[in-house]
Design a protein around this ligand. Structure first.
Ligand code: FES
Length: 116
């Protein structure tokens, strides 16, 4: 069973999850990492779930187009969108107090114009 170590606001939380689990889905049903994980849309549109991967990144798939669009250069800093990942191995994550600064800008610019 994958072990998840989650850093948030100076505290470290530990949990065990079933393989191929999504942490945002788990938080949504009030399982670890609830209530610590910040998230929003659950669909790769808001970046509120962005976390830095401190260990275990080698087991994750390549970032998908939503992560590339929302996180941009922060991908190279180890950021990933937790709503877009299914955890199959041990992983250590940190979530900053604020979501990546450019996340909402990128999300807002992708909003289609209103219909007339
Ligand atoms: S919860 Fe909105 S992008 Fe992950």
């Amino acid at each position: 069973m994958p072990q998840v170590i989650f850093h948030k606001q100076g505290q470290v939380h530990h949990g065990e999850v079933v393989p191929e689990t999504n942490l945002v889905v788990r938080a949504g049903i009030r399982q670890f990492p609830y209530p610590h994980l910040r998230y929003g849309c659950g669909m790769g549109k808001c970046a509120r779930c962005a976390c830095r991967v401190l260990a275990g990144a080698e087991h994750l798939p390549e970032p998908n187009w939503k992560e590339v669009k929302l996180l941009g250069e922060r991908l190279s800093g180890g950021y990933r969108l937790m709503c877009q990942l299914w955890i199959g191995h041990d992983i250590e994550l940190a979530q900053d107090d604020d979501p990546p600064a450019n996340a909402f800008t990128a999300a807002a610019s992708s909003t289609p114009p209103a219909r007339a």
